[in-house]
Ligand binder design. Structure first.
Ligand SMILES: C[S@@+](CC[C@H](N)C(=O)[O-])C[C@H]1O[C@@H](n2cnc3c(N)ncnc32)[C@H](O)[C@@H]1O
Length: 310
């Protein structure tokens, strides 16, 4: 039987690809317009409503949960919106690597994960460092708009304001946004939420890290049963998993956990025999943020493959 629910559109979905760096809104949306970002859009109610209410603006949403991205894509398609794009991506990396200084007209975040346990607090998003990053990516005088259900999180954000270049204005508001998480807290009896409007008072400097092209290697000679990979330790950490070589198809794979700037990505690297030699590159389907560390992991595999033949 035909599954009608399978039907949808990926038109608003931007897969993480090196060609997107640095983000060029005019090329992606096909027009110049103010660009607003939503952090952690969840199931997309607020993002879709904002985009429908302001067709003269462009909207870009970041969400880590794949299931929620799919639900949001359905809503965008049903609403026939052309001014919104979504990415499945950690917003810290998105702001750091993808988006450029003074490119955002407004940033929104409804009900950021509060990480209430003390030993989880390091996962909280709105540290002074992250606020400085958002500040840098906003156009002068623009606003970061946060709503939280969690009083200690609101207090923690307020503590992080000094040094961020923002002025803060907090209000208590009733349920207003009808998002999945607001409905959840309302159903649990919560009737007051913390609306935090952070207005940029002083632009902050924040360096734009380099983006690497993700070089593919071709190596003439290799002994793939004799590849020795060395881990890297320090501010940039690269930890290789087990090497697996299938001689039948002359192909090897290895997982590299690359940690830099306090965040980690898993990269599957493949080594495969081709007419041009042994090819070393990210495995097909792997999403790689093209950082210095990602390139270094590929370089190290290529070096080890080259050394294996000696
Ligand atoms: C508590 S939910 C709120 C969702 C939605 N705003 C709402 O009101 O229903 C927080 C959302 O932020 C997403 N999220 C958390 N950290 C993120 C990050 N670093 N980058 C992108 N999304 C993130 C989570 O996957 C989750 O969907």
């Amino acid at each position: 039987m035909k599954n009608n629910y399978a039907y949808g559109s990926l038109a608003a979905f931007l897969p993480l690809e090196p060609r997107l760096f640095p983000f060029d809104p005019a090329a992606i949306f096909g027009r110049q317009a103010p660009l607003e970002v939503e952090i952690g859009f969840g199931t997309g109610e607020y993002l879709v409503r904002m985009a429908a209410a302001a067709p003269e603006k462009n909207f870009l949403g970041f969400e880590q949960c794949a299931r929620r991205v799919i639900k949001t894509l359905r809503k965008i398609h049903e609403a026939r919106l052309t001014n919104v794009r979504v990415m499945r991506m950690d917003v810290v990396w998105a702001l750091q690597y993808l988006l450029t200084a003074r490119s955002l007209a407004r940033v929104h975040c409804l009900f950021p994960c509060p990480w209430p346990k003390k030993h989880h607090a390091r996962h909280r998003l709105f540290s002074t460092g992250f606020l400085r990053l958002v500040n840098n990516r906003l156009v002068d005088g623009a606003e970061l708009y946060i709503v939280t259900d969690h009083a200690p999180y609101a207090a923690w954000i307020a503590e992080n304001i000094p040094g961020s270049g923002f002025d803060l204005n907090t209000r208590i508001i009733p349920p207003t946004f009808d998002t999945k998480f607001e409905r959840k807290w309302s159903a649990a009896g919560q009737s007051e939420f913390f609306e935090m409007a952070l207005t940029q008072a002083a632009h902050q400097e924040f360096p734009q890290p380099g983006v690497y092209a993700m070089k593919t290697y071709f190596i003439d000679q290799a002994d793939c049963l004799n590849v020795q990979l060395e881990n890297v330790w320090g501010p940039l950490t690269i930890k290789f998993g087990e090497w697996l070589y299938d001689p039948r198809i002359r192909k090897a794979v290895v997982d590299a956990v690359v940690s830099e700037d306090d965040r980690a990505q898993h990269i599957w690297i493949v080594v495969i025999h081709t007419a041009k030699g042994w090819c070393v590159c990210p495995a097909g389907g792997t999403v790689v943020l093209p950082t210095e560390g990602a390139q270094k992991a590929i370089d190290l595999v290529a070096q080890a493959v080259r050394a294996s033949a000696v």
